[in-house]
Write a protein that binds this ligand. Structure first.
Ligand code: IMP
Ligand code: MG
Length: 176
């Protein structure tokens, strides 16, 4: 499978995002930033990003219904795992592996805003802007990519390949 971004390129970009976020949240925010990862795809990106941010941060995770074995979004998003801790009055960054149609993040953003955080931003490792069905943009984007299906660095095809250290293009004729 063709490498789109090597582990070294990803590490370099995540370090940059970490510096950018640290600068944006420097100063007296008073309490740690809360990083909310969307399971399972964002787990690896969140683990790296959290360590690249020099401002204190804590994590929480949510899970939503996923693609399963489909490669196209069903459009329906359902919360499978909610937050463990309240986020009211907290500075929150939603952390996603990939912003594609935007359905997942617009659903989650709406849900998070109901909890009245002090601020809410979105960080995504990858962005496929050409595939958007609903208007939503991330505040921090690792890489913009064309409309290709990718795996690795947390991202799966039917739950496989999440452990691949770099981001690769999954061939469109494979697994069918
Ligand atoms: P959205 O709701 O269409 O924006 O979808 C976001 C979710 O779809 C991501 O969290 C991924 O889990 C999944 N997804 C979208 N594109 C890809 C891809 O190219 N590879 C793996 N998962 C993807
Ligand atoms: Mg996923």
């Amino acid at each position: 499978m063709k490498v789109l971004f090597s582990a070294a390129q990803i590490a370099e970009r995540v370090a940059e995002l970490g510096r950018q976020i640290s600068a944006d949240y420097a100063g007296p925010i008073g309490q740690p930033i809360v990083l909310i990862g969307v399971l399972k795809g964002a787990a690896i990106f969140l683990a790296d990003l959290a360590r690249a941010i020099s401002v204190n941060n804590t994590f929480d995770f949510v899970a939503v219904s996923s693609y399963g074995r489909e490669r196209v979004s069903s459009g329906a998003v359902k919360l499978i795992k909610d937050l463990d801790n309240p986020i009211e009055g907290r500075h929150v960054i939603l952390v996603e592996d990939i912003l594609d149609t935007g359905l997942t993040l617009s659903y989650l953003r709406g849900l998070m805003l109901q909890h009245k955080p002090a601020s809410l931003k979105i960080a995504t490792c990858l962005d496929k802007p050409s595939h958007r069905l609903v208007p939503i943009e991330a505040d921090y984007v690792g890489f913009k990519i064309p409309n290709e299906f990718v795996i690795g660095y947390g991202m799966d095809y039917a739950e496989v390949y999440r452990n691949v250290p770099d981001i690769r293009i999954f061939p469109s004729n494979a697994g069918q």
